[in-house]
Design a protein around this ligand. Structure first.
Ligand code: FES
Length: 165
């Protein structure tokens, strides 16, 4: 093999190697983007319908835990997902709060600590929220509990996805 042929083949080797590495990296970046674009479950809130949770008549001014199941669809399958809401009523207004602590995602409970009556309590890092879901200053959560989108139809309460405030 001549010196010239040797240089060309080394250059070719580098070209093939860099092309291969570049292509691999590009694929690694593009595949999650493509999945996000195609998969509705990964888009904000996913595809969630409203589900009947309670009769408005059974709501009181005391936050009450309601368990319900939503059917979540994405491009490839449908699955049942369990949800929880803390719901109460003040006059004509209904408040439905997510139980997911806005610190690191543990579950809050109404009056979960006897030292803090009339508040939601998160046992993981002692996070606290007021009855309306507002985070108590100087506890770990830095924003209020999310609220459920809701509809009232024929005296029944339907909940949809959660939204940040
Ligand atoms: S997860 Fe609730 S206080 Fe940390």
């Amino acid at each position: 093999m001549s010196e010239k042929e040797h240089k060309v083949s080394r250059r070719q080797f580098l070209t093939y190697t860099l092309t291969g590495v570049g292509g691999f990296m590009a694929a690694g970046m593009l595949m999650p983007m493509a999945r996000f674009a195609l998969d509705p479950a990964l888009q904000a809130g996913g595809d969630t319908d409203f589900v009947r949770v309670a009769s408005v008549d059974e709501l009181t001014d005391e936050p009450t835990r309601f368990n319900f199941t939503i059917e979540q669809e994405d491009a490839w399958y449908t699955s049942d997902v369990d949800r929880v809401a803390w719901v109460y009523r003040e006059g004509d207004e209904i408040i439905a709060l997510s139980p997911v602590c806005t610190h690191l995602g543990c579950t809050v409970n109404w009056e979960g600590n006897e030292d803090y009556p009339e508040q939601f309590y998160c046992p993981c890092h002692f996070g606290r929220f007021e009855k309306d879901g507002t985070n108590v200053p100087n506890t770990p959560p830095t924003r209020p509990l999310d609220v459920y989108e809701m509809e009232v139809r024929d005296g029944d309460l339907y909940l949809g996805r959660t939204v940040q405030r």
